[in-house]
Ligand binder design. Structure first.
Ligand SMILES: Cc1cc2nc3c(=O)[nH]c(=O)nc-3n(C[C@H](O)[C@H](O)[C@H](O)COP(=O)(O)OP(=O)(O)OC[C@H]3O[C@@H](n4cnc5c(N)ncnc54)[C@H](O)[C@@H]3O)c2cc1C
Length: 624
């Protein structure tokens, strides 16, 4: 193949999935000359699986992406068809927004954002190899022979890299949704010696809504009051669609168990490791045989299509068995299927080879993001893409890396888990993974991150001013609630309705609000002057007051955490020269090259005793 030089860039992003889109936009918005490649432009921001953005732990990621100047929050606010706040009955630390998306419109809106972005070129082209100069990446080579040289390259190849589809006894090379896979680059990366592994994921069938019996299912509506994903939006309009709940039954389970060996997974065809938290239906029925039924949701894929997604029922069974077990479910008896469920295996790297800024430890200028790093999910991919884009742009302009730690953001938890602990299966974000989740709530991501995004040059002036206004409004409202006193007689009715004894003396609105069961909305009966503030500011003021004590406690824990996090470690530290540390710890520390004592303490195989020896040694060495 004849090769020829084409445009040069600061940043070339291989992939325009959820990671690649955020990476490209972030790099271009920070002033880097950026190219974003996709094998097919029709696969830009493809929602290959569930038609939804957000969920537990994932919703927090989307808010953080938005607060830092990313795009996902803005696009879902324009293309959502139903929105809900999950876990509302629980504490605010686990409130998680989730919205059903119109998939086709989501693709169009994100593609349009890339097309409109100054300094960004979006191009259809398949990268078949990378250019190297010794241990530094120099650019990409396309299937056409075109060479694009670049200071930095971001690999965000998703489930396309080495893509192979499985359905029953049949298997063939393919990307998701029938798109072409990226096989050449897969081979080139292996030949280059990158630590490549095989992961897999799966998706359910799609059916036509008009062939389903919704009267035999339970309707699930969106929330009445919708708080937008993006901090740039005060309101986003109405819910436009419902989801529907139904269950499997003994018949479904019987069909699956009788034909288990015909599934690619149980037939032994699939070698890749799948996500524990998104098991296929055959896996659920087989592993949890004590369960009489499994719930599933029928989710519309969009407003201009009759296709629906059968959530909770991914499978690698052959089509005939799929047809039979799906039709055994109430409401799906006459279902007409437009797409069969399938599993897909793909290549990804071992994220332990990455620094916390997502640069590869052995190849300078090469950054990695998304499913390629061993995670699973649109939101996890987008968060990594944003950080890879930021850091590739910083690298290209010789500026210091931008890293978020576990106490600052879910993004910090996500990346630290990947690059410090590694993954044995596709990594899905959950609130339980974030030890400081009370501080990392979905309502305050802008208060935590927008200032940082503005400092690195990603957050626009307009977004920064919106943030300053919202911050001031929140502080004003919290202070007003603290300083507004209520006479006992004025609060009597509210207190008795909430099961409290009458007051002996006056009380502040904040004190009243701190009482369980008394919500901000209920204060309207005693609060004569109620400012016209947004639902978001009301929500935040209420949480800051109600959780004040817990927040104070968590801030102390974070202070302790930061002590070790701020003890930096030299990149070229010789751990083998240390006495008193076990060999396994020396090997792991040398391999991962932690940037701080805090990160070192989270490496599996490094014990607290090893960390103590390290601390003493480094203190004596006058490192701090
Ligand atoms: C069948 C299936 C089921 C899934 N199930 C789930 C699930 O249950 N839960 C969940 O959370 N997530 C699931 N996902 C994963 C979800 O789709 C991904 O997490 C998400 O899309 C990852 O985003 P990404 O940007 O890393 O990669 P992708 O969205 O896969 O995008 C990769 C991009 O890279 C491009 N590309 C790849 N190689 C090249 C190349 N050599 N040259 C140029 N362009 C290239 C592609 O064209 C595409 O634009 C599933 C995905 C699939 C396919």
């Amino acid at each position: 193949m004849k090769q020829y030089e084409m445009e040069q860039y600061d940043v070339v992003v291989v992939g325009a999935g959820h990671a690649g889109c955020e990476a490209g936009l972030a790099a271009a918005r920070m002033g880097a000359k950026t190219l974003v490649l996709s094998i097919q432009l029709d696969a830009v921001a493809l929602m290959a699986c569930n038609p939804a953005i957000g969920g537990t732990g994932k919703g927090q990621l989307v808010k953080e992406i938005d607060a830092l100047g990313g795009e996902m929050g803005l696009v879902i606010d324009k293309t959502f068809i139903q929105s809900r706040m999950l876990n509302k009955s629980k504490g605010p630390a686990v409130h998680s927004p989730r919205a059903q998306a119109d998939k086709r419109r989501y693709h169009e809106e994100m593609k349009s954002a890339l097309e409109r972005q100054a300094g960004l070129d979006l191009k259809q082209g398949e990268a078949v190899d990378l250019l190297f100069d010794d241990d530094r990446v120099q650019g990409v080579i396309l299937r056409t022979g075109a060479i694009h040289r670049a200071k930095t390259v971001i690999l965000a190849t998703g489930t396309f890299l080495g893509g192979r589809v499985f359905m029953g006894e049949s298997t063939y090379e393919s990307g998701p949704c029938g798109f072409a896979p990226a096989t050449a680059l897969s081979k080139a990366l292996r030949d280059r010696g990158l630590a490549i592994r095989r992961f897999k994921t799966g998706t359910p069938a799609r059916a036509l809504a008009q062939s389903l019996h919704f009267e035999r299912m339970e309707e699930q509506k969106g929330d009445e009051e919708i708080i937008p994903f993006s901090y740039m939006n005060e309101t986003v309009g109405e819910n436009k669609a419902s989801c529907w709940l139904t269950w499997t039954n003994a018949k479904t389970h019987e069909i699956i168990m009788k034909n288990l060996t015909r599934s690619s997974l149980y037939g032994g065809l699939i070698k890749g490791v799948g996500p524990r938290y998104c098991p296929s239906i055959e896996d659920k029925v087989n592993r949890f045989s004590d369960k009489e039924r499994h719930q599933l949701f029928i989710e519309p894929e969009g407003l201009s299509t009759g296709e629906v997604y059968i959530q909770g029922m991914s499978t690698s069974m052959p089509e005939d068995i799929q047809r039979d077990f799906y039709r055994s479910i109430p409401g799906l008896e006459d279902a007409v299927f437009t797409r069969a469920g399938y599993s897909i295996e793909y290549d990804c790297i071992d994220p332990l080879f990455l620094y916390p800024n997502l640069e590869h430890k052995e190849i300078k200028g090469l950054f990695c993001a998304g499913q390629f790093n061993g995670s699973s999910g649109y939101e996890e991919a987008a968060a990594q893409g944003l950080m890879a884009g930021i850091n590739a742009a910083l690298k290209a302009s010789d500026r210091a890396p931008f890293v978020l730690d576990r106490s600052e953001a879910y993004i910090g938890v996500l990346i630290d888990d990947l690059v410090t602990k590694g993954v044995e299966e596709p990594y899905r974000m959950m609130t339980a993974r974030a030890e400081y989740r009370l501080m990392l709530r979905q309502d305050n991501a802008d208060l935590r991150l927008t200032e940082k995004g503005y400092a690195i040059g990603l957050v626009s002036r307009e977004r920064y001013e919106t943030y300053l206004r919202a911050k001031a409004e929140t502080e004003t409202e919290v202070n007003r609630l603290r300083e507004t006193a209520i006479k006992p007689e004025d609060a009597a009715e509210l207190l008795s309705e909430s099961g409290f004894m009458p007051l002996a003396s006056g009380i502040s609105l904040a004190e009243l609000l701190k009482r369980p069961k008394i919500r901000y909305a209920a204060l309207s009966t005693v609060d004569s002057y109620r400012p016209d503030i947004s639902a978001r500011v009301r929500e935040r003021a209420e949480i800051q007051i109600k959780c004040e004590g817990y927040i104070k406690k968590q801030l102390l824990q974070i202070e302790r955490f930061r002590k070790l996090e701020n003890k930096r470690l030299p990149e070229d530290f010789d751990y083998f020269a240390l006495d008193g540390i076990r060999l396994e710890a020396k090997q792991r520390l040398s391999r991962i090259k932690p940037i701080s004592v805090g990160q070192a303490s989270r490496i599996s195989g490094v014990s607290p005793a090893d960390v103590n020896v390290l601390l003493i040694y480094l203190k004596r060495g006058g490192l701090w």
